[in-house]
Design a protein around this ligand. Structure first.
Ligand code: C5P
Length: 309
């Protein structure tokens, strides 16, 4: 085999509960991940040495300007990890086609790393007697970043610890989403730091987060209205503090009848939940008309994680 392509989804955090900062600089999280049908495609092909190239996917308006095209790309690090584990040289060209917003709070970089893990394992491992299982790839993913294991698995899952220790969540049916992207990204460490700063300024000690029962019930019963009401993101105030214009985006979606709205992860993408597919179509069109966002995207979830195409 000389090339393998893997499709990998974006995520939105249905609940992002942020606990106190730990000694290692990370925060203890309760992170309910939900994979949505907005996909990057990563192709790993035989090459004389490790190369990375990045392009916007066909028909996508993603700005790929800020994405590293050297060993600093998380997908290249993923290839290096798989090669080291299998005892081969990482002689591979990684070609990334992006539809997930860059630095948008939808874990696009983590998704590309997860896709590269799966693609390189397929390229180099023995298919009849594989040395690496999907669980091994999930474990390798945790070395690359807190959100990488989830991008390997997909679906809907509760992450604890840094967010990397995952338990699948019970869901019913399909949820319909509208995403509003923004010009320019937000740095995840900067948003966490702003969250700490706001808490310190308010004299507020962060409690250990707990999973929302209302959210889990809404997921298990396919109750979009209940899910919309239970969406919660402890990083939202920090993202709004760094990018106040996001407040107008969230308000616009709620005024137009979204069942729920929140900043996705560390932002700046805003996520809106609709009650039905038809509502999502109407909401997307109306939001587009307001001009508050760079681009309006529709997606549904949950969808599976990184998979060979
Ligand atoms: O794990 P990852 O490299 O994706 O994390 C990016 C940054 O997000 C970390 O450097 C840290 O600033 C912040 N983070 C955190 N607590 C977590 C996960 C991420 O503070 N649980």
């Amino acid at each position: 085999m000389t090339a393998v392509s893997v499709r990998v989804p974006a995520k939105v955090n249905l609940q992002l509960g942020v606990g106190p900062i730990r000694d290692d600089g990370y925060h203890d999280l309760v992170n309910v991940f939900h994979a949505v049908s907005l996909f990057d495609e990563v192709t790993a092909g035989d090459a004389p040495s490790l190369e990375v190239s990045v392009q916007a996917a066909p028909y996508s308006r993603v700005d790929v300007g800020g994405v590293p095209v050297d060993g600093g790309n998380l997908a290249a690090k993923a290839a290096g990890l798989v090669a080291a584990r299998l005892g081969v040289e990482p002689r591979v060209a990684i070609r990334i086609r992006k539809a997930i917003p860059v630095a948008g709070g939808m874990a696009g970089g983590s998704a590309d790393a997860a896709a590269a893990l799966v693609a390189c394992a397929r390229l180099w491992d023995d298919r009849d007697n594989p040395a690496l299982t999907r669980d091994d790839l999930v474990e390798l993913g945790a070395e690359l970043g807190s959100d990488v294991p989830f991008a390997v698995l997909g679906g809907t899952a509760v992450g604890v610890g840094r967010g990397e220790r995952l338990t699948p969540a019970l869901t019913r049916g399909t949820f319909h989403w509208v995403f509003a992207t923004a010009d320019g990204g937000l740095s995840t460490p900067a948003v966490y730091a702003e969250c700490d700063r706001i808490r310190a300024a308010q004299g507020e000690a962060a409690a250990q987060p707990v999973v929302s029962e209302a959210l889990m019930t809404a997921l298990a019963t396919g109750d979009a209205k209940g899910l919309g009401a239970a969406l919660a993101n402890d990083l939202q105030a920090a993202a709004l503090s760094l990018r106040p214009s996001l407040g107008r985006v969230l308000d616009a979606g709620l005024d137009l009848g979204a069942a729920g709205a929140l900043v996705s992860g560390s932002g700046p993408t805003c996520a809106f939940l609709a009650e039905t597919e038809e509502d999502a179509g109407e909401l997307a069109e109306a939001l587009d008309g307001t001009g508050v966002a760079r681009q309006i995207l529709r997606a549904q979830g949950p969808v599976p994680g990184a998979a060979v195409v």
